[in-house]
Design a binder for this molecule. Structure first.
Ligand code: B12
Ligand code: SF4
Length: 623
């Protein structure tokens, strides 16, 4: 995705009459216009300078990209000693003074919101004045020391923000072509900041513990405007606290509904800011996904990291409300937070496994990272260390070239983004294995996983460890349990995986069945329902029967799959609907077919008549 902060900042500066150029180095790298090896920073510096001359150069950083930014700036400084070099963005949190003291290639750090501070800085520079007295800056004083000006008061009304300066970056379509992402997701600067101060997170402090939103009408305008942006298909609302202001969230939804929900959108939010009624409204207004910072299912661990979740919040109920509203929740859970022992870890993993049984839920597990600028960084940064083979999530894919490593090795305290909390390597390795492998298994095979847990009489971690000791793929591991009930459940879940991936867009002559048929020997539908309700399933063996896995969609988004128990007759009809015969031909073949097909279409099992570009075709499997 393109950088929303710089699109906004660029628009603001242009509106102030300032000549701006933007260069997205991440995009240049992805497009193959920069090398990904040790020559990256040299080439990036060349590329920046080739578009000059400039009065000043600013780099936008996250903790992950800070070493690369410094390596690039030092190369620019070597060529142009007098050119002012500035830095801004979330990666400066907590390290602004140290950067000024230790990095000769940084003259000024713009802390927090950039619009007004950068305008004042540029004006001062144009008049030949020093940055002294400009709120929001940390700069190098005459004696070489870091001067920290007071914090900048945030812009009170975000309606004052400028529109994105789209023309300063490649078009969205160029971003999407390069990454091959079909999502067409575009970031919308929908609100800024957070009032909380979770110990592992820098966002609250970066934005001075304030939360502001773009007025609902303006936000709806910006989301709707994506309709006319080639390559854009959905909006990614950047604000971390969607629905902190419930009235604003509801007003935005109503506004989107009034406009016919023209663009699907997704948000990040806290579980204690959502409720059933709001989620239903969000779902109707086009929201298809919400990222929820769960952090830990153990209240003691959440309290220890100052999550400050409203007492009495029922996390599982919120997840269920999301699912029922057609909004896929992404559950972000951090493993290894201070205070997490085996019981707390098991509570978190159990919560994830339980939530996955609700269907259409994504689990996202992370290892904790003591970044600079947050309480964990302050407390544990000194003892934090990089662990070979375990890239911290906040730094994944960064810091790998020699110039970046040189910065990290020389100043490890500035780059704890690349380190993990102190602890035994074996504990890191265990958590890393769980974080990297459990989510996908829970996504694909939540019920098989749960049924094996019932058979083995063990918890989520127990099944995971048993599987890992076996050493095979999860599917093969499930099969070697040699349990016909597990086989049936696995077969239906495998059908779901394949149903979600089915996509046949060739035109058909007539009705075509959707999904995948599986023959089973147990009452799998009843077992699934029991699991969904959190009960142990009963293995009810019976005569062979049919289940059908069908893709479940919400607007244009694929939410997951549904499974339906169907009769032998329906299975026979579906198997005959391969799209090669028109409705009239089918009806002539067997009178009454048309009525039956219309009924099945209503149940979502069949795609309509001749000429339709059906989305899915039917397959049949027997376990
Ligand atoms: C959208 C988003 C993305 C998008 C777009 C990223 C981008 N280049 O901006 C994508 C998906 C690509 C992304 C990727 C990553 N992200 Co991200 N992302 C966000 C998110 C949700 C919103 C950012 C945003 O739009 N903020 C609103 C705008 C207005 O603010 P802003 O960007 O900070 O810009 C303002 C000021 O900072 C300032 N400013 C910024 N830069 C500069 C530069 C100068 C010179 C000046 C003067 C001013 C200035 O002016 C802007 C306007 O006021 C934030 C969370 C959040 N809510 O902040 C995480 C966040 C920024 N991401 C984060 C991370 C870790 C990453 C990744 C490193 C993850 C990974 N390992 O791959 C990658 C890095 C990719 C990259 N290219 O660098 C972390 C950063 C933590 C930290 N302290 O460094 C955050 C805070 C989320 C978190 N979990 O804590 N991200
Ligand atoms: S984790 Fe979420 S609630 Fe906590 S400080 Fe960060 S953005 Fe705010």
């Amino acid at each position: 995705m393109p950088p929303p902060g710089l699109l906004r900042l660029g628009g603001w500066l242009e509106r102030e009459g300032i000549d701006v150029a933007l260069l997205d180095l991440a995009h240049e790298l992805a497009a193959g216009r920069l090398p990904s090896d040790d020559g990256l920073c040299d080439a990036a510096a060349e590329r920046i300078l080739a578009r000059g001359p400039y009065d000043a150069i600013g780099m936008s950083v996250m903790g992950a990209t800070l070493p690369a930014a410094l390596a690039i700036l030092e190369r620019i400084r070597a060529r142009h000693r007098a050119l002012p070099l500035w830095i801004g963005g979330p990666g400066t949190t907590g390290v602004d003074a140290a950067l000024i003291e230790r990095a000769d290639c940084v003259d000024v750090v713009v802390r927090g919101e950039g619009e007004i501070t950068t305008t004042e800085l540029l004006r001062a520079r144009a008049r030949g004045r020093s940055p002294g007295g400009i709120a929001g800056l940390t700069w190098r004083g005459p004696a070489g020391n870091a001067v920290r000006e007071p914090d900048r008061a945030p812009i009170a009304d975000l309606a004052e923000l400028a529109p994105y300066a789209w023309h300063l970056l490649p078009p969205i379509a160029a971003y999407k072509e390069i990454t091959g992402a079909a999502d067409g997701l575009v970031p919308v600067d929908s609100g800024r900041g957070c009032v909380y101060d979770c110990s592992f997170c820098t966002i609250g402090r970066f934005w001075s513990r304030r939360s502001r939103v773009l007025p609902a009408g303006r936000l709806a305008d910006e989301v709707e405007a994506l309709c006319s942006v080639p390559g854009a298909r959905a909006a990614y609302l950047c604000h971390d606290l969607f629905a902190a202001n419930r009235a604003h969230a509801a007003a935005f939804c109503e506004e989107m509904l009034r406009r016919g929900s023209p663009v699907p959108w997704e948000v990040r939010a806290r579980a204690d800011h959502l409720d059933r009624e709001l989620l239903q409204l969000m779902g109707r207004a086009g929201c298809y996904r919400v990222l929820l910072g769960i952090e830990s299912a153990a209240a003691s661990v959440r309290d220890a990291c100052d999550k400050s979740l409203r007492p009495g919040t029922d996390l599982l109920a919120v997840v269920r409300d999301c699912v029922e509203a057609g909004v896929t929740p992404i559950l972000s859970v951090i493993l290894g937070l201070p205070g997490e022992g085996t019981a707390e870890l098991d509570a978190s993993l159990g919560f994830c496994a339980r939530a996955a049984l609700l269907g259409g839920v994504n689990v996202s597990l992370h290892l904790v990272n003591p970044q600079p600028g947050c309480a964990l960084g302050e407390e544990h940064g000194g003892a934090a260390r990089a662990v070979a083979g375990i890239p911290p999530d906040m730094a994944r894919g960064a810091g790998e070239t020699a110039p970046e490593r040189a910065w990290i090795d020389e100043h490890p305290d500035l780059f704890t983004t690349f380190a993990l909390l102190p602890g035994p390597s074996s504990a890191h390795a265990t958590l890393y294995a769980i974080a990297s492998e459990l989510p996908e298994v829970l996504h694909r095979y939540p019920r098989t996983f749960a049924v094996i847990g019932c058979v083995l009489r063990t918890n989520t971690r127990g099944v995971f460890e048993h599987w890992k000791r076996d050493g095979r793929s999860f599917e093969a591991y499930a099969r070697v349990q040699r349990d016909p009930f597990v086989d049936d459940v696995l077969a239906v879940e495998q059908a779901c995986v394949r149903a979600a991936a089915l996509s046949d867009r060739t035109p058909s002559r007539g009705p075509r069945a959707r999904g995948i048929l599986v023959q089973v020997h147990h009452d799998v539908a009843a077992a699934f329902e029991a699991l969904r309700q959190g009960r142990e399933p009963v293995r009810a063996e019976g005569r062979p029967s049919w289940m059908c896995a069908v893709p479940a969609t919400h607007g244009r988004a694929l939410l997951g799959t549904r499974t339906l128990r169907i009769s032998d007759d329906v299975a026979r009809i579906l198997a005959a609907l391969d799209g090669t015969r028109s409705m009239a031909e089918l009806d002539a073949l067997r009178p009454g077919f048309a009525a039956a097909i219309a009924h099945l279409e209503g149940a979502g099992l069949v795609d309509s008549g001749a000429g339709a570009t059906a989305a899915e075709r039917m397959e049949t499997t027997t376990p």
